[in-house]
Ligand binder design. Structure first.
Ligand SMILES: NC(=O)c1ccc[n+]([C@@H]2O[C@H](COP(=O)([O-])OP(=O)(O)OC[C@H]3O[C@@H](n4cnc5c(N)ncnc54)[C@H](OP(=O)(O)O)[C@@H]3O)[C@@H](O)[C@H]2O)c1
Length: 293
């Protein structure tokens, strides 16, 4: 009689820390979190394979990109702001092959090689299978392998949305890019031409010029003082941007640089590297075999 309440308490704690539902269907391997914390909380484990809804595509993931935001979610920093409703499998960049489509999917079919930028609210990239929606994915550039393709979506979309959609850069303009060796920066340089850290930018950018920040909103007082058009950008998935990036990559105008590729089981080591904040190009996790291998 005295054991029963204790067991009940243990059961409640278990269901609070584990959101992986009981397996009823096929399983897959994923580098998943059971709790927020340091890189060590990322553990390779078997979890239920997702099933696509009518408007979803199930992708067999061959490679998954690693981004700084992955570490923020892993630490629980976005959870505090209710930005990650499903933190168990992180990863927002994938390249892979369509496994199965929902009945309302018209643009993709099983077997298509694709790449996708998954929203922060869903994630799911560090796994053998992930769900994407049509508005988040595009056909993979044909001239690069899956690992390079997985390096593209989030970082290159961020650079695109900052430079093209927000700053509205045009031919002949001079662009200053900070952090040009990193994931976003190396794409930004290739998308634009060239321009230092945010405080240093106020005095450099000409009056009437624009500052677009991806690391926090610019100081309005400094912007007013220097007569600058200032804004911050929060990148979001956009299939049209992935289409445009694919064309530029296939025309050899943009080349993703991958400086480190690790097996999915080494996701924690990949996080240690991205947390140095001095990664060259991109880090990618190898999840599955390329078709034909
Ligand atoms: N707003 C958004 O939607 C959005 C989207 C993507 C990324 N981000 C943010 O943008 C930042 C860069 O992302 P990323 O993917 O490019 O990261 P990353 O791959 O880790 O690259 C970091 C880059 O920042 C440079 N850097 C580090 N410390 C610096 C400093 N004090 N001053 C100037 N540059 C510095 C590094 O160059 P060195 O090694 O030469 O120092 C490197 O080029 C991160 O803070 C990330 O969270 C925001």
């Amino acid at each position: 009689m005295r054991i029963l309440p204790a067991l009940t308490v243990i059961g409640l704690i278990a269901s609070a820390v584990s959101s992986v539902p009981a397996a009823t269907g096929p399983l897959m391997k994923a580098a998943a979190l059971q709790q927020y914390g340091g890189p060590e909380v990322l553990k390779l484990q078997e979890v239920p394979r997702p099933e696509p809804k009518d408007d979803e595509v199930l992708v067999r993931v061959i490679a998954a990109g690693v981004n700084p935001v992955d570490t923020y979610v892993r630490q629980g920093r976005l959870s505090e702001r209710s930005l990650d409703k499903q933190p168990m499998i992180i990863g927002y960049d994938i390249a892979g092959v369509v496994e199965k489509t929902g009945v309302r999917i018209t643009k993709f079919k099983a077997g298509d090689a694709v790449y996708a930028y998954l929203p922060i609210m869903r994630g799911g990239g560090y796994a053998e299978f992930a769900i994407a929606k049509e508005g988040e994915m595009s056909l993979k550039p044909k001239n690069i392998d899956f690992e390079k393709a997985a390096a593209v979506p989030l970082a290159a979309t961020t650079a695109w949305q900052a430079l093209i959609d927000e700053a509205k850069i045009d031919k002949g303009q001079t662009v200053l890019i900070h952090g040009g060796s990193g994931g976003v920066g190396h794409f930004a340089i290739q998308i634009a031409v060239r321009a230092d850290t945010l405080p240093a930018s106020y005095g450099i950018v000409k009056k009437g010029g624009a500052i677009v920040s991806i690391t926090g909103d610019p100081d309005p007082a400094e912007c007013e003082k220097h007569a600058l058009r200032c804004s911050g950008v929060m990148a979001h998935p956009d299939a049209n941007v992935l289409d445009e990036l694919r064309k530029l990559i296939e025309a050899n105008k943009i080349t993703p640089i991958v400086s480190q590729t690790s097996p999915l089981a080494d996701a924690a080591k990949a996080h240690q590297q991205i947390e140095t904040r001095h990664t060259r190009g991109k880090i990618v996790l190898r999840v599955g075999d390329e078709p034909g291998r």
